[in-house]
Design a protein around this ligand. Structure first.
Ligand SMILES: [Fe+2]
Length: 139
């Protein structure tokens, strides 16, 4: 069973960002499946590195789109992205360190990582886009 199912309530209303968010859901679910099925550590590491790589690309795309749209909260959003990347790199290091027992609650971590990102910070951008389009329609 998937950890997180995509739901259209997560849509931001910007096609590139929405497609990339769907892909992030897939990658998070893929990683979670590998993790819960206790696959080989190498396999888990491979899937996690795909997720990290895609996450970084997504954050870059998102920030570029936010800049194009004149989003005033871009700088603070960038800080959120940096924090998310730091967190997932930390997880990657913990996984690579074979001698250490990983005591994280992975399900909780992955849900927070993705949902905090989309629901809490990207929704502010969604609201900004809605306001911007509404104002444009009125002028
Ligand atoms: Fe995003």
């Amino acid at each position: 069973m998937a950890l997180l199912s995509w739901n259209d309530q997560y849509l931001i209303g910007q096609a590139t960002i929405d497609e990339e968010h769907k892909m992030l859901f897939r990658l998070i679910n893929d990683f979670h499946t590998h993790w819960t099925e206790q696959r080989d550590r190498k396999d888990i590491a491979r899937v996690l590195s795909q997720l990290i790589h895609y996450g970084e690309l997504h954050f870059q795309d998102e920030e570029r789109i936010m800049a194009q749209e004149g989003y005033p909260e871009l700088e603070s959003h960038h800080q959120v992205h940096e924090k998310l990347i730091d967190e997932i790199f930390k997880l990657n290091e913990e996984l690579a360190d074979q001698s250490r027992l990983l005591e994280r609650d992975m399900t909780k971590f992955l849900k927070q990582w993705l949902v905090d990102h989309i629901v809490h910070s990207d929704y502010e951008f969604r609201n900004f886009l809605i306001r911007k389009r509404r104002e444009a329609a009125l002028t």
